[in-house]
Design a protein around this ligand. Sequence first.
Ligand code: FES
Length: 576
Amino acid sequence: MSNTTRDPSQLRSARWFAPDDLRSFGHRSRIKQMGVDTPEYQGKPLIGIINTWSDMNTCHTHFRDRAEDVKRGVWQSGGFPMEIPVMAISETFMKPTSMYYRNLLAMEVEELLRCYPIDGAVLMGGCDKTTPSLIMGATSANVPSIFLPAGPMLKGCWKGETLGSGSDVWKYWAERRAGNLCEDSWNELEDGIARSPGTCMTMGTASTMMAIAEVLGLSLPGSSSIPAVHSAHNRMASACGRRIVDLAWDEIKPRDLLTPQAFDNAITTDMALGGSTNAIIHLIAMAGRAGHQLDLERFDEISQKTPLIANLRPSGEYLMPDFHDAGGLPATLNQIKDLLHLDCQTVSGFTLGENIAKAEVIDDKIIRPLNNPVSETGGTFVLRGNLAPDGCVIKPTAAEPRLLKHRGPAIVFKDYKDLKARLNDESLGLTADHVIVLQNAGPIGGPGIPEWGMLPIPDKLLKEGVRDMVRISDSRMSGTSYGTCVLHVAPESAIGGPLALVQSGDFIELDVDARRIHLDISDEEMAERRSKWVPAEPRFQRGYGKLFTEQITQANEGCDFQILHDGPETPDPEIH
Ligand code: FES
């Protein structure tokens, strides 16, 4: 119920601080321990600033300072800010993969929002998994929250050429392996590819998920593309601080905003942006926390009626700072407003339609008009067939069109180690027509469904000028990657999905228009191979790895833990 009277006794934190008893004495005396006197906090919403800052997360190095901007806003609006550092999932450094830890951060956020006297939360994230983790945790705890996006880093530069995170790394690594790039140039690229704090500045997973947080109504309008080092980013952080105080008083919670219509808006936006394939897994998991089941088919249905209009790498030409100056997400959404549920509520206090009503496209080379899209249909398609009975995905806009209908012999690698060891073995006789298959790279097999899905092309073929081949795996790929890569094959090979049964020399048929992926062997042969398939010994005998293996769901189910799915509400702790 909304606390419209702004009665301090109704604040959640009042249960910790207001009673005249021993425990509350302890709580109050420990606030004073920080040098904060009673009038500075008593009767004010306590705002938790959930900060994923860490030296290990190089995309969030500005968050230490930004937390101060948030605090400024909270004080201005009559709240009491307290910063709470949480696990800083770093896309760059974490092994086996950052995705392995998405649910761990989500659990941490959910539990700390529940166990502390928090009336409202500012969720500071952006580097790939941090956004879904924070939102999943806040949705399960259902405490009023606003998402503060880290924003993209500056554009990269090398010898006058603009460099995009990830995409240009993959491109020039292929040139290096083809013998076209010397060591000095490679080192210069290292100097120029990441030039400031902020997230990857292509339309990779970070940019996609920050945009999705905004269209879901969890961020302030226009915030998701503000470059991390832009002064507007400081101002936006302060505005988040001001706004969360109102949200806390009004008790506007994530589940009030995360309706099925809001998730449809998120999928539509993902398609119009040419967003990362990873968004599919994250959106399914986030919807699950809000009590809504999202099926893969919904993504394909919306993809078919949504034009891709953001001309951003890897599907297009430009980068996130260009996108911001061209009008950013509000202008993009205004272009596709007829495809959106405009009456969805947002943290701004206005509906989505009201947020975007006046947004204008400044540069239509970057945000294209509907009659001149980058692609008539959205960025991600869902495929099915006997190789992926529970579905798989492909990003056709990032693939060579000639390969979208292809039949070729499989070359199978049983895991990533095998791929690295044998890919360049010339005795394999690989040709550009081969279909490269990687097994045991899914949620359990990876573990953590790593971003290996843009499987490397053999050096010999690179030297012959080949830059794309059909590649299939149960892994993910970075949102900055490209190529004809079939991803998220479900069920995964580590639990005996059909991908585990493919043998080198089998023919595989890919027909993206027909949404079909087919292993060309008989049903009898498939059954025979299945009867002989033996699962690997469990990798983990204890700890988080064991919990992960026992609880993780498949890619088409969002890779959330089964115990974290929506269910009866978890009660707040008793206050003793
Ligand atoms: Fe952090 Fe790409 S590595 S967003």
